[in-house]
Design a protein around this ligand. Structure first.
Ligand code: CAA
Ligand code: FAD
Length: 380
């Protein structure tokens, strides 16, 4: 067993860290305040090859692996969790199902555009009445000759409005419940496809979260992804890997908060010495660092399993569960270490704390991760 990252992975981390610190961090607070998505940052990620990290070169990717991908999401989230999730949703949720279930034509047309970053992707599963309970979705797709006609709405869609390519799940046979759901690729600009409310959020405020509306939206039958009735399986398998992207986001947020807290504790003097010399503060930092390391190991392990063709669903859910809770705990403690300053927007830790909360909610709440993990335990 070898716990050292390869030279390739170390080089990628260095490159993404430099990019994150120089090009993403300087505007992170301002974009958060203004709830502003910056396409220019995504375009620069594309230039660096980050938008297609795990995909083969024949589809416009850089032919690396899922470990490299989670390292990139971690490093981006260390300075800006919104930028981290932009990439995570783009790769894990929009590109992955096309890579895995798309036919050659769909891969050349859509995966290539996503991998090169020419287009931004999104994944539309959740509905007003179907969040945790995916199988209760109502959006309908009815076959009509060479087309499917979509009606319904999706909510909470990350990259919504900004993305050009959407993987959308809809019911093709209501009698069959989860076996009657299918997946479709829908392009922005398709008549009958529009955007509703843009959410005003606690955290990840520069990541757009939008409602999608389908009103007699005609999609060519060529845009069916996989087979009719295969949509629920595609959605679940996509989330198996996606959850590890969120674990990486959580590790990054926690690391960003820890780094800031250590720096602050070294220079803030009370009772005649830096507060890091108070055991109460130093032990807090030690616990934070230990939890982050454990979360990182779970995350890298899940990525390694996926990269090596081994089962990774349980490992990924465990990583998301543990890393999400770690990010929440660590960021709360980081604010505490900053004292009153931590409660202001003069320092980044309040943003990290607001951003951390979402990692316990999306891609399946922490309760749903426990459901997924416990069901797998009973199966083995
Ligand atoms: N891989 C393959 N097949 C799977 C599977 C998986 N991971 N999980 C379930 N299935 C199959 C089951 O084997 C079963 O198949 P059969 O009918 O052939 O036996 C079928 O799917 C139904 O499975 P369940 O009975 O487990 O289904 P369920 O209705 O009880 O739901 C659930 C399971 C895990 C709770 C699921 O509804 C779920 O994941 N909910 C959470 C939703 C979620 O995570 N949403 C995230 C949206 S994206 C997002 O949030 C984006 C972002 O962060 C940026
Ligand atoms: P509910 O399902 O209503 O859950 C409410 C509470 O009940 C939770 O605490 C939950 O854990 C608990 N609960 C529900 N069922 C059970 C159970 N069986 N056992 C125990 N507890 C349970 N979705 C997409 O499709 N694409 C996206 O890109 C996307 N991005 C998102 C971005 C943001 C910022 C947010 C907030 C959400 C996003 N989502 C996205 C949706 C997200 O995945 C859902 O919010 C999440 O799955 C929970 O669904 P819900 O909000 O309907 O909560």
């Amino acid at each position: 067993m070898n716990f050292r990252l390869s030279e390739e992975h170390e080089m990628l981390r260095k490159m993404v860290r430099e990019f994150a610190e120089n090009e993403v961090a300087p505007t992170a607070a301002e974009r958060d305040e203004e709830e502003r998505f910056d396409r220019g940052i995504f375009n620069k990620m594309a230039e660096l090859g980050l938008t297609g990290i795990p995909w083969p070169e024949e589809y416009g990717g850089i032919g690396s692996d899922y470990l490299a991908y989670v390292i990139a999401v971690e490093e981006l989230s260390r300075v800006c969790a919104s930028t981290g999730v932009t990439l995570s949703a783009h790769i894990s949720l929009a590109s992955w199902p096309i890579y895995k279930f798309g036919n050659e034509e769909q891969k050349q047309k859509y995966l290539r555009a996503l991998a090169t970053g020419e287009k931004l992707g999104a994944y539309a599963l959740s509905e007003p009445g179907a969040g945790s309970d995916v199988a209760s979705m109502k959006t309908r797709a009815v076959k009509d000759g060479d087309h499917y006609i979509l009606n319904g709405s999706k909510v909470w869609i990350t990259n919504g409005g900004e993305a050009e390519i959407y993987v959308v799940f809809a019911v093709t046979d209501p009698e069959k419940r989860h076996k009657g759901i299918s997946a479709f690729i829908v392009e922005k600009g398709t008549p009958g496809f529009s955007f509703g409310k843009k959410e005003k959020k606690l955290g990840i405020r520069s990541s757009p979260t939008t409602e999608l509306i389908f009103e007699d939206c005609r999609i060519p039958k060529e845009n069916l992804l996989g087979q009719e009735g295969e949509g629920f399986k595609i959605a679940m398998m996509t989330l198996d890997g996606g959850r590890n992207g969120i674990a990486a986001q959580a590790v990054g947020i926690a690391q960003g908060a820890l780094d800031a807290a250590v720096d602050y504790a070294k220079q803030r003097v009370q009772f005649g010495k830096p507060i890091i010399e108070q055991q109460g503060v130093a032990f807090k930092l030690a616990d934070m660092a230990t939890a982050i390391e454990a979360a990182r190991l779970l995350t890298y392990q899940a990525a390694w399993l996926e990269s090596n063709g081994l089962p990774y669903g349980k490992a990924s859910a465990m990583a998301k569960l543990f890393a999400g809770d770690t990010a929440m705990k660590v960021t709360v403690e980081a604010v505490q270490i900053f004292g009153g300053n931590g409660y202001t927007k003069d320092y980044p830790v309040e943003r990290f704390m607001r951003d951390a909360k979402i990692t316990q909610i999306y891609e399946g709440t922490q309760e749903i991760q426990r459901l997924v993990i416990s069901r797998m335990l009973t199966r083995n």
